[in-house]
Design a protein around this ligand. Structure first.
Ligand SMILES: C[S@@+](CC[C@H](N)C(=O)[O-])C[C@H]1O[C@@H](n2cnc3c(N)ncnc32)[C@H](O)[C@@H]1O
Length: 345
């Protein structure tokens, strides 16, 4: 290593060792209301007025604001002998609780839940499986059982899932022309965020959200309005209960939660239920064939190890799963963060 490489390596080591603080900084600023306050004030503010407005110590707030500047969530300027802080475009759009494309629940989930799970990473690697959740009175390895046991936990998880498709749902569904699939079933469709994108993209389509009964109940109550009458809900277990008939089955962020055996079992059920000429659309972050990246897939891989029985897969691994279930003419397209894989019956 020459001197420049050594300096770069040192910086990389330092930043990576402390990177666990970044989501905490992002979430703390969001949760305390920093980004919302700056959005509403329409002008940059001093750390003292932000601290006053949010009821925190001026000393702590100034440290937090400076860290946000370093991370490019905030910008800073000197004017009339004062240091003034304002949101960057990124903060305005995503980081406020009231931002148009807020990622607040995603930040909350990652800093509160996955952060705690990450304490068990070594055990998960040793044992090759998700660790038992011990939440008050229950002890389970089933992620959903742990999370869905309270109405607030379930709603927060659904909000978290919804937020991603407010960013890239449209782009994912645009990967292929799906206009010849008017009857759709979104398996594990959760809050219906992708279903909403689908019906707005294809005005003659209808989407059934097939999810666990408690998710369906909450989805009807809080996420899909009665005006969105082209979206219906169907409660059940996709591994056991009858699958609603459809031209297209969507599996978004589902297969990566399950083992290969469970994936083939589910895909085979969908292949059987599919209307003639129909298909399946799988949406996942796909690993490069040589497993070199993208880093987003490796990060998701760690989360899956910590929380589920699943993993991220390469294009040929997805191909093998879809083929084993009987799907043909499998095509894959990169859409940005997520990849879309379409298989025909
Ligand atoms: C990781 S989330 C993905 C949600 C949604 N597809 C998305 O991308 O936003 C997995 C979803 O599958 C649902 N699910 C898990 N097991 C299921 C089962 N056996 N039958 C039906 N739905 C299930 C969960 O309730 C949850 O909504």
């Amino acid at each position: 290593m020459n001197a420049t490489e050594e300096a770069e390596a040192l910086k990389m080591l330092f930043l990576n060792q402390h990177a666990y603080l970044i989501p905490k900084i992002m979430f703390t600023a969001s949760d305390l209301g920093v980004f919302d306050l700056l959005m509403e004030s329409k002008e940059p503010l001093t750390s003292v007025s932000i601290a006053e407005g949010l009821g925190t110590s001026p000393f702590g707030m100034e440290r937090l604001l400076d860290a946000c500047v370093g991370l490019k969530f905030l910008q800073v300027e000197r004017r009339d002998n004062q240091t003034l802080y304002g949101n960057t475009n990124l903060a305005n759009l995503y980081l406020g609780k009231r931002s148009p494309k807020t990622q607040y629940y995603s930040l909350k989930f990652n800093t509160e839940f996955t952060y705690m799970r990450a304490q068990h990473l070594a055990d998960a690697v040793r044992e090759g499986e998700a660790q038992t959740y011990r939440i008050n009175d229950i002890s389970t390895k089933n992620f959903y059982e742990a999370f869905y046991r309270t109405e607030s936990g379930l709603r927060e998880f659904m909000e978290f899932m919804r937020e991603m498709w407010s960013l890239c749902g449209r782009v994912v569904l645009n990967a292929f022309d799906l206009s010849h699939f008017p009857l759709v079933c979104d398996v594990g469709g959760c809050s219906g965020a992708l279903a909403k994108e689908y019906i707005s993209l294809y005005p003659n389509s209808k989407v059934t959200i097939f999810d666990l009964p408690e998710v369906v109940e909450t989805g009807k109550k809080h996420f899909v309005s009665t005006e969105e009458h082209r979206i219906t809900f169907h409660g059940g277990d996709c591994f056991k209960d009858p699958i609603p008939e459809a031209d297209l089955y969507i599996l978004a962020r589902i297969l990566h939660c399950f083992t290969d055996e469970k994936c083939v079992q589910l895909l085979t059920r969908l292949h059987k239920a599919c209307k003639p000429g129909g298909g399946v659309l799988v949406v996942e972050i796909v690993l490069n064939e040589d497993r070199t990246g993208p880093l987003e897939a490796h990060i998701y891989g760690m989360l899956m190890l910590l929380c589920t029985q699943g993993k991220e897969r390469t294009p040929s691994e997805y191909n093998a799963l879809l083929s084993a279930a009987g799907f043909k003419e499998i095509q894959q397209k990169k859409t940005g963060l997520f990849d879309a894989i379409l298989g025909r019956q």
